[in-house]
Design a protein around this ligand. Sequence first.
Ligand code: PMP
Length: 353
Amino acid sequence: MKKWEANIRKVTPYVPGEQPKRLDVIKLNTNENPYPPSPKVTEALRRMTAEPMRKYPDPEARQLVEAIAREEGVRPEQIFVGVGSDDVLAMIFLTFFNSKKPVLFPDITYSFYDVWADMLRIPYEQQPLNDAFEIECSDYEKENGGVIFPNPNAPTGALLGLSAIEDILVHNQDVIVVVDEAYIDFGGMTCTGLLDKYENLIVVKTFSKSRSMAGMRIGYAIAGEELIGYLNDVKYSFNSYTMNQAAILLGTAAAEDHAYFEETRQKIIATREQAKKELAALGFSFADSQANFLFVTHKEVSAAELFAALKEQGIYVRYFKKPRIDNYLRITIGTDQEMERLYAFLRGYLEKR
Ligand code: PMP
């Protein structure tokens, strides 16, 4: 070993879902929205010119922050924006999880949490989901250095109700509690209504799913002014200009088109409810997802086999080769037409076996 190797921060990185080069793929593997961004985003894009790119963007991304604040019904001082919610969450881990006590999160959850914790040397303890793949609130009543979970959870899609979330908050008033609401617009109730009551709560949301803008990389945190202030201090100690001008302008246009947001999220909810019926009829079982994906297992055929057969057919879904979930597939809800292709293939495949 070379001497300098001892001083390298060696990490096991997060592995994102595949972004295939082929264009003829039915892409149900990374929870993107199958519908395009709002037409207002396209209009704003047409109006954009290159000239302002000469200058640095507004470090406060004030225009975007104000549009999000209006949409969320909070003050702009309660919003922190970042390059996707991954950036926001990484900043949150860095800013708020500095205890020697372990941060708590589920064993089956967004697989970036343990990566950030390992990278930043934050101790953590994963709490097992119950057999129905639900969070047990009582697991979060022990001493800890912070709590984080997605709601609905990923990759299960299972939703915690507001009273369960409040129960976790009541038992964790001395630490920061982060609720990652990446998928909340597809059926759940946001817990932002609890922000006034619990000053240690941070809610994280993203434009990647319900606003169809994964490629633009916009995410945000909503919390009390004090916590947002700490997040900004860390951000400005790291990189002042996280949000580029295009993200600020186009994100603002998306945030201002509430009608389109409502229309597309309702379409996805309807397709998901239909998918539950179709997949159940084909012999799959799953938690009652309130997200834009279903986490399914088949009574006879292994997930690994189905994953390979679907991929061969150009239908990409997500398969995690991990303890407890290695016989499950996470299927993103696409358009009705895409889902029909999925059902038709599965019907044929399962019949032929
Ligand atoms: N949280 C959860 C639970 C997710 O599944 C994702 C998407 N991979 C993210 C956060 C991050 O999404 P983004 O960085 O695109 O906002």
